[in-house]
Each structure stands twice: as structure tokens, then as C-alpha cells.
Design a protein around this ligand. Structure first.
Ligand code: PRP
Ligand code: URA
Length: 209
């Protein structure tokens, strides 16, 4: 599928299966999401540009690779995005962070915004939006709309599960934003949940069901 990268690494797929299992505890779910986020972060940053700088090793001088450009921004769609964010910050501790508070209205499935806070200088930074679930994509589209309105021009979207319907909606709204996901599931059900899915990601992370 154009613009979509499925991260099919065996460790990702193994951990995802445990997360989908309804018997997995809240603590287990949270720990696995953090572990998977390290592997997904590795994939979504795979083609970052490098430059070099001169350093002194204990033995000699060398021109050594280092990331080019301004610090990355990780934009977490609350609440469940924070489960991916924590692990990603372990790998890229200097990243800047945006928080986008959105919840789905259960009747209309439209995204309702309740919070937005982002670094002021998004223009020249790569922004990686993180949210485990891309269902109807109403939340993802709203998050990217908002980031673009604040100047972001180089955006990627990282999730754990995506529904085909959500991918189509998101790609139509934001064809310039590549999607990275661990799985493309079968479909959405009548309530807008991903099938087979893993249930409500926020509830499973925080034990709020
Ligand atoms: C979940 C999920 C996404 C959204 C995906 O959040 O984390 O943000 O649903 O659904 P969509 O693609 O149909 O918009 P939810 O609204 O349940 O909020 P929560 O994380 O605070 O529980
Ligand atoms: N949000 C979730 O947390 N799970 C779904 O399956 C769909 C939207």
C-alpha cells in the first residue's frame, strides 16, 4: 500500500500478539507498548540524515556521524499516544514533545479536541505523530491538521494498528504524511473499533474500563 510501511519485525509481531490477548494485564500491556515503541522508533527514524563532526577518541581524531538538522518532535495524541512516546524518548532523549488532547465522541466518532501544546518552531523539524490506533483516522487527521496549521511541513504518523478504512481516509486527507504501523487489520466494526484489534488502547493502558 503506497505511503504505508508495515513493521513486520518478528519481535514486534510477537509482542503485538500478547498485547492483543484480552488476558494480558494492564501492567503487561503498558510494558509491551513501551518495548514495541523502541522497535517502531528504530524503523520510523531509519532514514534520518546524518552529518559528521570531528571528535577525539582516546586514540585519535575522527570525523564521526551525527544526526543532522534540528531536534525531532514527537507529537503524542492523548491518552494512548503516551504509551508510545515514553519508549521513543528513551531512544531520542533530546526530542521535543507536542501533546494533542483528542477523544472520540462515541456517537459520532468525530475527534473532540481538549488540549494542544507544541514547540513554537515546528517549521524546520521532522514531526512524528504517535498514537497506537488508526481506526476511522478522524483523530489522526485532526492532529495533523492542527500541526500543519502551526507550521509543521515534514510529518510522519506512527501507530500500532491501522484499519484499511482509516488508512484510506488519512491518505486522502494527508497524502504527504507516510504511515508506519505494526499491522493493517481487517476492518472496523459498527462501533468504529478495529477488528481483530486489541480493544480500547487507552483503557487497556490505564485500566479505566
Ligand atoms: C483512541 C486512539 C486514537 C483514536 C483512534 O483514542 O488512541 O486516538 O481512538 O480512533 P479514530 O481513528 O477513529 O479517531 P480515544 O478517543 O479512545 O481516547 P483515549 O486515548 O483518551 O482513550
Ligand atoms: N480506538 C481504540 O482505542 N481502539 C480501537 O479499536 C479504535 C479506536
Amino acid at each position: 500500500m503506497q505511503g504505508v510501511t508495515v513493521v513486520d519485525h518478528p519481535l514486534v509481531q510477537h509482542k503485538l500478539t500478547i498485547m492483543r490477548d484480552k488476558e494480558t494485564s494492564t501492567a503487561g500491556f503498558r510494558r509491551l507498548l513501551r518495548e514495541i515503541s523502541l522497535l517502531l522508533c528504530y524503523e520510523v527514524t531509519r532514514d534520518l540524515e546524518l552529518t559528521t563532526r570531528i571528535i577525539e577518541t582516546p586514540l585519535t581524531t575522527m570525523e564521526a556521524p551525527t544526526l543532522e538538522g534540528k531536534k525531532l518532535v514527537f507529537a503524542s495524541v492523548l491518552r494512548a499516544g503516551n504509551g508510545l512516546l515514553d519508549g521513543m524518548l528513551d531512544l531520542v532523549p533530546a526530542a521535543r514533545v507536542a501533546h494533542i488532547g483528542l477523544y472520540r465522541d462515541h456517537e459520532t466518532l468525530q475527534a473532540v479536541e481538549y488540549f494542544f501544546k507544541a514547540p513554537s518552531d515546528l517549521e524546520n523539524r521532522l514531526v512524528i505523530v504517535v498514537d497506537p490506533m488508526l481506526a476511522t483516522a478522524n483523530s489522526a487527521v485532526a492532529a495533523v491538521d492542527k500541526l500543519k496549521a502551526r507550521g509543521a511541513g515534514n510529518i510522519r504518523f506512527l501507530c500500532l494498528l491501522a484499519a484499511p478504512e482509516g488508512i484510506q481516509h488519512f491518505r486522502e486527507a494527508h497524502p504527504d504524511v507516510p504511515i508506519f504501523t505494526a499491522s493493517i487489520d481487517e476492518r472496523l466494526n459498527e462501533q468504529g473499533y478495529i477488528v481483530p484489534g486489541l480493544g480500547d488502547a487507552g483503557d487497556r493502558m490505564y485500566g479505566t474500563k
